[in-house]
Design a binder for this molecule. Structure first.
Ligand code: HEM
Length: 152
């Protein structure tokens, strides 16, 4: 009788270890963050470096960065990198201001936003981002729109 119980306990132990092994190897493994899927810090830096001159050089959007010093631009670029990396799940601290506060009274319009999205898409085209990562990046940017656009 005792032997049967011992055998039963042993078989439960074995099957649960196998089960644990299986779940750990598949469904319980945490999914890679968007930050990891994008390629980490260097990839975010490359994307921002590609995007920024497009925005500052745009004939409609350029007004937002006109007459800014090089150091101010460099600081803003670094904050944008930190912000995106942090929001995408990277282990980085964002030390900048809240999005609504930063963009308040800039009078960003729907048309400015459309142009921004056009440039972002052109940058993502250049990096040949896979569909899923592209959709995640676009969805994240769109999720910030309400904090920024003030004019129709
Ligand atoms: C048409 C759209 C946008 C325009 C015209 C715009 C313009 C600007 C400008 C001029 C600054 C500098 C503010 C300053 O130095 O006081 C700034 C800062 C910043 N923007 Fe935007 N922005 C736009 C969209 C976005 C989006 C979509 C994001 C992120 C998803 C973003 C993230 C930031 C960050 C992180 C900063 C730095 C915050 C800080 O200085 O504390 N911006 N933006």
């Amino acid at each position: 009788m005792k032997k049967t119980i011992r055998l039963l306990i042993l078989s439960i132990a074995i099957s649960s270890t196998t089960f644990m092994g299986f779940t750990q190897a598949s469904s319980l493994r945490p999914e890679a963050s968007l930050y990891q899927r994008l390629g980490g810090y260097d990839a975010v830096v490359a994307v921002v470096n590609n995007l920024f001159p497009r925005l500052a050089g745009d004939k409609q959007l350029g007004r937002f960065w006109a007459h800014r010093g090089a150091d101010g631009i460099a600081r803003e670029k670094q904050l944008l990198i930190d912000f995106i990396a942090n929001k995408a799940g990277g282990n980085l601290y964002y030390r900048g201001r809240d999005m609504k506060l930063v963009h308040k009274d800039m009078r960003i319009s729907e048309s400015d936003w459309r142009i921004l999205m056009k440039h972002i898409n052109a940058t993502l085209d250049e990096f040949k981002l896979p569909d899923r990562e592209r959709q995640d990046v676009i969805a994240f940017i769109e999720s910030t729109k309400a904090d920024m656009v003030e004019l129709p």
